[in-house]
Design a protein around this ligand. Sequence first.
Ligand code: FE2
Ligand code: FE2
Length: 262
Amino acid sequence: MRNDGFLKILFIGDIVGSAGCKYVSRQLNNIRYENDIQLVIANGENSADGNGITPFSADFLFRSGVDVITTGNHCFRRREIFDYFNSDRPLIRPLNLGTAAPGVGFVKVDLGFCEIGVVNLMGRAFMTPIDNPFSEMENFLKSNNLNNIVVDFHAEASSEKKAMGFFLEEKVSAVIGTHTHVQTADETILKNHTAYITDVGMCGSKDSVLGIKPDIIIDSYTEYVFKRHEVLADNIQLDGVIITLDYNSGKSVDIKRIQHSL
Ligand SMILES: [Fe+2]
Ligand SMILES: [Fe+2]
């Protein structure tokens, strides 16, 4: 158990298909050990082959050492996951999908020496129209008095993500962007409190488009024909950030990007 007042959190970007899941399963223990990680959060919305998340891919990630799985616009792509979202497993979907949708948008993890909340939000620019993530988060903060909160903001537009970072500075410990699968180089600590990055990246093939074989995506742009997405399994890279959190104050003191490959 840690008792120096600091918690190191690894946040992994969207894990794509069985190739991404297997990489996490094989490498996560080493990454945990080398970086002294106590909590692992990962976006699993694309963890099933063919997209979405299934009970099988969620179980696989939990067994591999992921502590909390967040999702995004692909959370309900597979019907078989609905009951799993309603179980007590730490799998969450965007908070601003409302209360009628399966599952919840927030989970609290008790590490013994500290508690940490994880919230999943989804953006609206160039995405499915849903409830306002800014006002939903504001309401959430009024009724949840937690020192340590990490937000996965799953959104397309960098402007919406930057705005959310500034909106939540000093209110939460971290705002981590997901969804574009491309890691940005703008990691920072806002107001000496809130770790921020526009997009953390993905765990998928470096030679792919969003983890998918490029030819399939090129065809969709040139022929306007949708083809079944096939995950590219070669040359996998795990993109993430490691956040160092002063858990007594709720302030992040460091955010470091990683791009782990073999
Ligand atoms: Fe994704
Ligand atoms: Fe997404």
